[in-house]
Design a protein around this ligand. Structure first.
Ligand code: DHB
Ligand code: FE
Length: 283
């Protein structure tokens, strides 16, 4: 049977992708940020999954105000990095896993979550920057990736509770797949940031660190936090953090197993307008 072995959480700031692509990682501004991922790159090599289920948000790239799926699962054989205005990032094509993705769609929809099935989709920095942070600049990504896009751009967006419950359903779906696959689930986006309006530039270190503490130790309670608290405390784009609850809901302890091992924890300000947070939890 397939199993979820670990979850990874990371911000997806587009400027991080540009810093990598333009060879700026050793500049004083970026160096401390990339240093926080040295452990993670080695960890991913040592714990290479067969498939990554990557929860992220599309930023009006594949979708737009014309069509806004709350939860969209990528079932295609491959996904092309999108042109976000400066040309597509020079990163590898993302290879999908149509068989596992279709199985997860089947199982999760039958567990009463409405997923949109997407057979053709370009992927933006929400997906490619986490891959770059964890893998560096390889010729090919280390394994197939199932993109799972969550609407956190246009209200109404899903609640933390719904995201956490969805994570539980994804875990059941993976564990009912009849092949021995080592699956990692990644939750991406966040941490505190606001890109617009009077509070543009907002960062809240106390909130972010408390969020990391609660995500590790008490995610069920964290799942009750309402949208207004994310927006007030973490800024309008801080709402991206609800996606981390999908990955956390898929961990073994939530289904009665042992608490996860914290393999790595990192927090850094600033990266562009954003506080960068990163966790690796092992089952
Ligand atoms: C920034 C952060 C984001 O999450 C995003 O999607 C775009 C820009 C930023 O900090 O600049
Ligand atoms: Fe974003």
């Amino acid at each position: 049977m397939a199993k979820i072995s670990a979850s990874v959480y990371t911000s997806h700031v587009p400027a991080i992708g540009a810093a990598l692509d333009l060879g700026k990682t050793h500049e004083p501004y970026w160096q401390p940020l990339f240093k926080g991922y040295d452990f993670s790159k080695q960890w991913l090599k040592d714990n290479k999954p067969d498939v990554i289920f990557l929860v992220y948000n599309d930023h009006a790239t594949a979708f737009s105000l014309e069509m806004i799926p709350t939860f969209a699962i990528g079932t295609a054989a491959s996904f092309t990095p999108a042109d976000e205005g400066w040309g597509p990032r020079p990163v590898p094509q993302v290879i999908g896993h149509p068989e596992l993705a279709s199985h997860i769609a089947q199982s999760v929809i039958q567990q009463d979550f409405d997923l949109t099935i997407v057979n053709k989709m370009d992927v933006d920095h929400g997906l490619t920057v986490p891959l770059s942070l964890m893998c560096g600049q390889p010729q090919a990504w280390p394994c197939p990736v199932i993109p799972f896009a969550v609407n956190v751009v246009q209200y109404p967006v899903p609640s933390g509770r719904r995201c956490f419950e969805l994570g539980k359903a994804i875990r059941k779906a993976v564990e009912s797949f009849d092949k021995d696959l080592n699956v990692q689930i990644w939750g991406t986006g966040g941490m505190s940031h606001q890109l617009q309006g009077a509070r543009a530039g907002l960062i809240n270190k106390d909130f972010d660190n408390a969020f990391l503490d609660r995500l590790i130790a008490n995610p069920d309670d964290l799942a009750n936090m309402p949208h207004i608290d994310y927006v007030r405390e973490a800024g309008s784009e801080g709402i991206e953090l609800v996606m981390w609850l999908i990955a956390r809901g898929a961990m073994a302890d939530v289904a009665g197993g042992k608490p996860p091992k914290v393999a790595h924890r990192f927090y850094h300000v600033p990266a562009s307008n954003t506080a960068v947070g990163h966790l690796i939890l092992e089952n």
